[in-house]
Ligand binder design. Sequence first.
Ligand code: ITT
Length: 180
Amino acid sequence: MIFATSNINKFNEAKEILKNYELTHLQFDYTEIRSDSLEEIARISVRAAYRMCKEAVFVEDTGLFINHLSGFPGTYSGWVQKKIGNAGILKLMEGVEDRTATFDTIIAYMMDKEHVSFVRGKCEGTISLEPRGTNGFDYDSIFVPDGEHQTFAESIELKNKLSHRYNALLEFSKRIPLRT
Ligand code: ITT
């Protein structure tokens, strides 16, 4: 099965989570559409990926949705990370009590050239008061999953056991028995 993504961090995590499966990386440098729907973005992306590789393929679209900011950065998480980074997010969250946030992931996959299917994975948590940890990538150093004290960036083992990506990939591997 091919995982088409421009983000090597995402691929490496998927490899780690689906340890026993054969996963191939397609370097997919593709300009995503802009939309408020992760599903819509993933649907268009996976069609483009299938056209490129012409075999079973999946893409994954993720966003960080911060409740106090009405879901910002959401589907614009990549762009916002580049523009204002975690420092900018923490500034927007200065003095804010409700720090709850959700990482939401949609996997879109195509096993043939017609049909697109989806699975979803979520992880609820809070935005930390300051960045902590050096593992992981992008928002990981400011996201603390519910029930834990460490950010994802402080414990990648923790992240890979309960993250949005883990939840989505687990569901995916139940639906599609990937070749070992
Ligand atoms: P592809 O679409 O090519 O797969 P991308 O980096 O654009 O790569 P997404 O659109 O899914 O990936 O994600 C948007 C951004 O959300 C991403 O660039 C990161 O800044 C952030 N992000 C996604 N997953 C994350 C994670 O597990 N931890 C921290 N930040 C994450």
